[in-house]
Design a protein around this ligand. Structure first.
Ligand code: TYC
Length: 111
């Protein structure tokens, strides 16, 4: 004779409704910031080349080429960094230019 099967807790029913919702923590990458150098008519070319070598780790040829790009185009991105690093670079360049009484401007912008 057939009897209905009753599943009791001790038989392994966990009490859940059986719907599995997958949850995955969203890992957002931190935003990046472009650091830009602006052209002006007064800052000496050699000074800008020195800035690019000193604060952006470029060799002389790379620094000279990028300085010429800024000179011709008006501005150029000289690096892309996290907010904190970008802020530090801008501060270092602005401070260095001010101490040497050059009007060189360095800014940052969210990418
Ligand atoms: N235009 C400057 C000059 O002719 C050189 C220069 C280049 C200045 C790049 C600023 O970000 C700059 N002396």
């Amino acid at each position: 004779m057939h009897r209905p099967e009753i599943m009791t807790k001790k038989d392994g029913d966990d009490g859940d409704t059986g719907v599995v919702v997958e949850t995955r923590a969203k890992t957002k990458r931190p935003p990046l910031y472009k650091v830009m150098l602006l052209n002006d008519d007064f800052t000496p070319m050699e000074f800008v080349v020195h800035v690019l070598e000193r604060f952006f780790g470029m060799n002389h040829a790379q620094a000279f080429e990028l300085m010429l790009t800024v000179h011709k185009k008006g501005l150029a991105v000289v690096g892309v960094f996290s907010f904190e690093i970008a802020e530090t670079k801008v501060g270092q360049v602005m401070d260095f230019a001010r101490r040497h009484q050059h009007p060189l401007q360095c800014t940052m912008e969210k990418e």
